[in-house]
Design a protein around this ligand. Structure first.
Ligand code: NAD
Ligand code: MG
Length: 396
């Protein structure tokens, strides 16, 4: 029996994780659920899953939840950073699903890694911000890191076992690997008229053709910043050089990514676009459990197509690849800038095409900093957010 904590329990990945747990009740128990402020959703999760702890980051949400939890549910409600870090590092906890959205997930995810937990990593922003420290901490603590992001999970599944056991420090070339092919659907605007992009609304940007996801990652998929963040994520997870990583547009989202070997072989992982597959894979690895996902029907799929990314349509992808080359300061700044820009777009304060403008302006102003601790990274993230707000003000 694995005792699990789910960071970001009320979100899209959180709910897919709870669905997989519900199908395998003999193997997984819900020890703790963590969310920001959605009291109604957390209350219903507490009633359904009866966790030992329910943690709300927002203090008033924690109070409201405490008042509404029925007397016959023994769940303890907590709030505050100490309680959160205590929960993810508790000796009772075996596995932490890291699925808080954005930089807000960094500190708790990092704490789970440092405590040597089995960490199922959905929060790609943590690696984008702190890749080097994160992978070092994984080795030092002996934590088991498993990638949930569907592309990285696909790549993981196509890699030899010695690389799977040595993420972050592996040598792809020595294992006969020439390239990692990171696939992406191209999102809702792959074929939209370029001139129409500037007037795209949040609802249109969030209307992903294949995947159902939270609003931030949905907008990132429309700009392809998501693929850019994944490029950086792959760089750290698989210890890749830039020339070993290629982005391939594949609109059907049936192939979730591929590994190309020296001898000409290409291994792909395929499936319906449903996050319960990579989540179940990470939960049970090296075994397999039921995920509740429809089997892939090739007669319905019929066609798989591919094309190269167009950096003119998707400037954010190019910016992320450039930041990856520049280093950790640049990727941390870009991630923060993008979060602020996406939030401003969702609040209808800037246009869709302004997201790339804000990101580019911030990348030109990466402050000099030395990043040797997580605190340094958190500080740079805060600085970059201020720069991004200035960039937004100068647009408006
Ligand atoms: P979501 O918006 O649906 O859910 C976000 C969760 O994070 C919620 O539970 C929310 O309460 C919590 N949260 C937000 N701010 C917080 C804060 N300050 N402190 C603590 N908790 C906070 O997001 P999602 O789509 O589930 O994505 C979660 C993460 O997983 C993201 O990093 C995303 O990039 C990654 N991811 C998601 C998918 C997907 O299909 N949804 C796929 C791959 C990777
Ligand atoms: Mg992904």
């Amino acid at each position: 029996m694995q005792n699990m904590v789910i960071l970001g329990a009320t979100g899209s990945i959180g709910s897919s994780t709870l669905s997989v747990i519900s199908q395998n009740p003999q193997q997984y128990a819900v020890y703790g659920l963590v969310a920001n402020a959605s009291v109604d959703k957390m209350l219903s999760l507490c009633i359904e899953h009866k966790p030992v702890y329910a943690h709300m980051v927002d203090e008033s949400a924690a109070k409201a939840l405490q008042q509404r939890i029925p007397a016959n549910i023994a769940t303890k409600v907590t709030t505050g950073e100490d309680a959160l870090l205590g929960l993810v590092t508790a000796s009772e906890v075996d596995t932490v699903m890291a699925a808080i959205v954005g930089a807000a997930g960094l500190v708790s995810t990092f704490a789970a890694v440092k405590a040597g937990k089995r960490v199922l990593l959905a929060n790609k922003e943590a690696l984008v911000m702190s890749g080097e420290l994160f992978m070092q901490a994984t080795v030092q603590s002996g934590a088991t890191l498993l990638p949930v992001d569907s592309e990285h999970n696909a790549i993981f599944q196509c890699l030899p076992a010695d690389i799977q056991a040595n993420l972050g420090h592996c040598d792809l070339t020595a294992s006969g690997i020439s390239h990692i092919l990171l696939t992406g659907s191209g999102g809702p605007f792959l074929t939209a008229d370029l001139a129409a992009l500037q007037s795209m609304t949040p609802a249109q940007a969030c209307n992903h053709p294949n995947w159902s996801m939270g609003p931030k990652i949905s907008v990132d998929s429309a700009t392809m910043m998501n693929k850019g963040l994944e490029f950086i994520e792959a760089r750290w997870l698989f210890n890749t050089k830039a020339e070993q990583l290629k982005v391939v547009i594949h609109p059907q989202s049936v192939i979730h990514s591929m590994v190309q070997y020296r001898d000409g072989s290409v291994l792909a992982q395929m499936g319906n676009p449903d996050m319960r597959t990579p989540i179940a894979h990470c939960m049970s690895f090296p075994e397999r459990i039921n995920a509740g996902v429809e089997p892939l029907d090739f007669f319905k799929v019929r066609e798989l197509s591919f094309c190269e990314p167009d950096f003119n349509r998707f400037p954010c992808l190019g910016l992320a690849m450039q930041a990856c080359e520049q280093g950790q300061e640049a990727t941390t700044v870009l991630n923060a800038a993008n979060e602020i820009a996406v939030a401003a777009f969702l609040a209808e304060q800037i246009k869709f095409t302004d997201i790339a403008k804000v990101n580019e302006a911030c990348l030109l102003k990466v402050p000099q900093s030395s990043l040797s601790t997580i605190e340094d990274i958190v500080q740079l993230d805060a600085q970059a957010r201020a720069i991004a707000h200035e960039a937004i003000n100068s647009i408006n």
